[in-house]
Design a protein around this ligand. Structure first.
Ligand SMILES: [Zn+2]
Length: 425
């Protein structure tokens, strides 16, 4: 246990709480992308005061970027006194809407009972604040360190990260030689290391029909009945096949430790906005279904798509007048960093020192910005590690525990120590 580092973090507890509360007070709601610029400016001011060079980078032309809602990211870098590796802490500054059911003001930064409450408290402004305090403590103890430290606050993670990490990765911000190691302080619990996430394929399937009077459906061809045939083939063949797929990925919760398929939406026939009039009777000439397929590192995306396409093609042969279109909406490959890569190893040493136990290694059921760092930046020494419970994210009365943040910041500071100074005291 590095006592000097742990003391330096503990001394900054009040500062950590104040930082978290301040960050929550910027209502960085996405969509539409509210208050990104003032929040980024605040982070820049905090880091400039700590000796960082800071840059605000607007992701012009990315989805949602307008003069009213600029996609403003902040990247800060502090050089050490000698050359060495660069460690980067990346947090997203956007939050989802507050929604209903709060007992406190979601954007007031309320501190009570050892917790900081607010939208984004755990996902992930508490993690961002913890990383700033971890770095501050490290710099106080080792002002003459070798290498460099970067901290970024990026936008739009909740909507895919295109104006945030993806944009910056395209410009080389998440590649060697600029950066060697990345830690993303998402709320995965203070003693767990998240190695990556499952893959995603979203697609829209449309079945076709021909319109006719509802009193004489035999004169038309119902796209909805064709879609029913698709759904029953899914039930009989696809779901059992997916249930049978096992993975070595330690996904949490355990129910997600296999391939899954959700039907995100289905719509056939006339729109529903006829109210207060009555709907007119017609045979549906179109039915659309959006599928959300989450897949495993053991699966190839081509196989994932083929499972669905082969069902659709077979129906086309077997079922009279069956026709369909398939549109890709989104695809993200699964990613999983090896446990013995430098970052997970450094964090494991730190977790053992702080908690006296082995870390749990987990995989997230959904994706986060690690995908862009792996795929665009080609940087694979990257994990998610941060305070807060994932179960509280996006919910009313979201909070992050103050003691959890302090311990997590201690782990981050010690992880830095291992990565930059090569020590494991
Ligand atoms: Zn998040």
């Amino acid at each position: 246990m590095n006592e000097a580092l742990s003391k330096a973090v503990a001394e900054r507890k009040d500062e950590l709480v104040a930082l978290t509360a301040d960050l929550i007070r910027f209502p960085t709601i996405n969509p539409p992308g509210e208050a990104y610029t003032p929040c980024a400016q605040y982070i820049a001011a905090q880091l400039t005061a700590r000796g960082f060079e800071t840059r605000l980078i607007r992701a012009e032309g990315t989805p949602g970027d307008t003069s009213r809602y600029p996609r403003t990211n902040i990247v800060a870098r502090r050089e050490g006194f000698r050359p060495g590796p660069t460690v980067h802490f990346n947090s997203h500054i956007d939050v989802v809407e507050a929604g209903e059911g709060w007992t406190v003001d979601p954007f007031a930064g309320v501190v009570r009972d050892g917790k900081v409450f607010g939208r984004g408290a755990c996902d992930m402004k508490g993690g961002l604040a913890a990383s700033i305090i971890a770095v501050d403590a490290f710099l106080a103890v080792y002002p003459d360190f070798a290498g460099a430290i970067e901290i970024s606050g990026t936008v739009d993670e909740e909507s895919g990260g295109y104006g945030g990490v993806a944009y910056l990765a395209r410009q080389g911000f998440f590649s060697k030689p600029r950066v060697d190691h990345v830690i993303i302080p998402e709320p995965l619990n203070k003693d767990r290391i998240c190695l990556g996430h499952r893959g995603v394929w979203w697609a829209e399937i449309e079945t076709k029909g021909s319109i006719a009077h509802g009193s004489m459906p035999f004169l038309g061809d119902s796209a909805i009945r064709h879609m029913a045939a698709v759904l029953s083939a899914f039930e009989e063949e696809l779901y059992p096949a997916l249930d049978a797929k096992q993975t070595d990925m330690p996904v949490v919760p355990e129910g997600a430790r296999r391939s899954t398929l959700n039907i995100n939406s289905i719509h056939g026939g006339q729109t529903e906005d006829y109210f207060p009039a009555l709907p007119s009777p017609t045979v549906a000439d179109s039915c659309r279904l959006v599928i959300d397929r989450r897949f495993l590192i053991e699966e190839k995306i081509e196989e994932v798509k083929d499972e669905v396409i082969s069902i659709l093609e077979r129906l086309k042969e077997e079922r009279p007048r069956f026709d369909y279109e398939l549109r890709n909406l989104l695809e993200v490959l699964p990613t999983m960093t090896e446990r013995d890569a430098p970052v997970p190893q450094a964090l494991a040493i730190a977790i053992r020192a702080v908690f006296g136990k082995e870390p749990d290694y987990v995989i997230s059921p959904g994706t986060y910005d690690q995908k862009h760092i792996a795929r665009i930046g080609h940087l694979h020494d990257c994990v998610a590690y941060g305070p807060g419970m994932l179960e509280l994210a996006h919910r009313p009365d979201e909070w992050v525990g103050i003691e959890d943040m302090v311990q997590s910041a201690t782990v981050m500071a010690m992880g830095l120590d291992v990565l930059l100074r090569g020590t494991a005291e």
